[in-house]
Write a protein that binds this ligand. Structure first.
Ligand code: BGP
Length: 491
């Protein structure tokens, strides 16, 4: 018998920019993801612009990062494909999609709100009624089937206008703009949404600098720490306001949960591993769960000569805006070392030494269910907050054979991770929810490609944007339905 509580929240997860499309419908303003091209294993995603002399240019896209040269304007260039503009067109297919989630027996559906659908530039005084209405219809549709929405307020798609004007959270003004946006959502949906996450994978700014060999410059680290500070304050103020609007709200952080292991028993590797945890995971988790900066922040800041713009009011806000639950994504583990080795591997936000005990996906992601158990047990002990696994899944290139998709590799991956989660629960961890990533195929965040699929539901669209957008159930669809029906007994 599995150990999931009878009201365990089984479901799936998505992000607005990766599924919605409808990028110019109603009042919606452009978001950073709308000017991001597709990428792949051989070429990165790029953000495109026209420079001050009228010449087209592009820079490598990283979640949230904006590097527009002085005087340039973001632009949609004719010889590029921008996959997120249409994505899987959830904007027009949400009823059909939600019906299929209901058929699988979902108890919860994690989605995000596109900020520029609510505040087109991010700086309007009043929210867009059309934007608010769209999400109201989605939430009502979910409730029709008894599915609880879980909403990420910001998931890698800041309004483009804000990204350029305030250079990716370099300005304190972003705090007020975010708080205004979050407050509008809380007020509008106070009776429709109970679970909120403030920022998707808030630690990604730090992970990114580490993952690429710790090659970030001091300036990049200074930017990342300052941006994070403003986001922590914005998140904390949102938590406080959210609780005033509805004391039943459960508001969580969202951490990219990559587990680091030391490569050797050399004490230097053990220390490096500890320090990697501090920088990659604990730093953001501690501030959001304990309401204050940890003692080792001193070391982290000193390493890159960081001097934060931080006020007494900020400190007060952090303390009063602690999150209610610990929510995180988990895909893989990573190995760190101080030793020289050529056996490097990496994908997403992890880049370290190859682990000989694990198998890797085509994109270099290590499959490690034990890492999920490790992470759950460690974080629950550290914070004693309810835990929610809000992303987990396997990206793969699915093949249609005789009108079917036999994705047993995906079933196998998910089965092992659910079993690991069950072990953690058996060992005393309070896990409340599990939402697999990309319960329906969506645009991959890292590559921008459609062919890196995660869903139980296949969407007919390819990497060039061709296809009918028709939906089709994969084998994993029927398997997950059975898992939910049996409350995790029948894996
Ligand atoms: C996480 C992001 C998601 C999602 C997932 C899978 O980091 O929160 O947005 O996309 O990773 O990554 P990818 O799409 O690159 O395979």
């Amino acid at each position: 018998m599995a150990h999931f509580s009878k009201d365990f929240l089984w479901g799936g997860a998505t992000a607005a920019n990766q599924i919605e499309g409808g990028y110019d419908e109603a009042d919606r303003g452009l978001s950073i993801s709308d000017v991001t091209t597709e990428g792949g294993l051989d070429h990165p995603r790029m953000v495109t612009y026209i420079d001050k002399d009228g010449k087209p240019g592009a820079f490598v896209s990283m979640p949230g990062a904006t590097d527009f040269p002085e005087g340039s304007k973001p632009a949609v260039l004719p010889d590029h494909y921008y996959p997120n503009q249409v994505a899987i067109d959830f904007y027009h297919h949400y009823k059909e999609d939600i019906k299929m989630f209901a058929e699988m027996g979902f108890k919860v559906f994690r989605m995000s709100i596109s900020w520029s659908r609510i505040f087109p530039t991010g700086e309007e005084e009043k929210p867009s009624q059309a934007g608010l209405d769209f999400y109201r219809s989605v939430f009502e549709e979910l409730h029709k089937y008894g599915i609880e929405p879980m909403v990420t307020i910001s998931h890698y798609d800041d309004p483009l206008h804000l990204s350029v004007k305030y250079h990716d959270w370099s300005d304190r003004k972003m705090v007020d703009l975010y708080v205004r946006y979050a407050t509008a959502l809380f007020k509008e949906y106070k009776d429709l949404v109970k679970y909120w996450l403030t920022f998707n994978e808030i630690n990604s700014s730090l992970l990114m600098l580490n993952a690429f060999g710790g090659n970030g410059t001091d300036e990049q680290y200074r930017h990342a720490y300052q941006k994070l500070h403003y986001q922590f304050v914005a998140s904390a103020r949102a938590v406080k306001i959210g609780h005033e609007i509805n004391p039943d709200f459960q508001i969580g952080n969202m951490i990219c949960g990559i587990v680091d292991y030391p490569y050797t028993p050399d004490p230097k590797d053990i220390l490096l591993n500890r320090h990697s945890w501090e920088q990659d995971i604990f730093y953001c988790s501690d501030v959001q769960c304990k309401g204050k900066y940890p003692t080792y922040a001193k070391r982290l800041w000193a390493e890159h000569d960081v001097h934060l713009d931080i006020t007494d009011q900020d400190k007060q806000d952090l303390l009063e805006g602690k999150v209610d639950m610990y929510t995180f994504s988990y895909y893989m583990s990573n190995v760190v070392t101080t030793h020289d080795t050529d056996d490097k591997v990496g994908g997403n936000f992890a880049a370290g030494v190859r682990n000989p005990y694990l198998k890797y996906s085509e994109w270099g992601w290590a499959t490690d269910p034990t890492g999920l158990q490790y992470f759950l047990e460690m974080m629950y002990d550290r914070y004693e907050l309810p835990m929610m696994v809000v992303e987990n899944g396997l990206g793969a290139k699915d093949k249609i054979e005789d009108g079917k998709i036999h994705d047993d590799y995906r079933i196998d991956y998910l089965r092992q991770h659910i079993a690991a989660m069950d072990k953690a629960i058996e060992n005393g961890v309070d896990v409340r929810a599990y939402t697999t990533w990309g319960c329906i195929d969506e645009i991959s965040a890292g590559t921008g490609q459609m062919s890196k699929r995660y869903g139980f539901i296949y969407v007919d669209r390819d990497d060039e944007g061709k296809g009918s957008l028709d939906r089709m159930k994969k084998d994993s669809f029927y398997w997950y339905k059975k898992v939910i029906e049996s409350n995790g007994d029948d894996l």
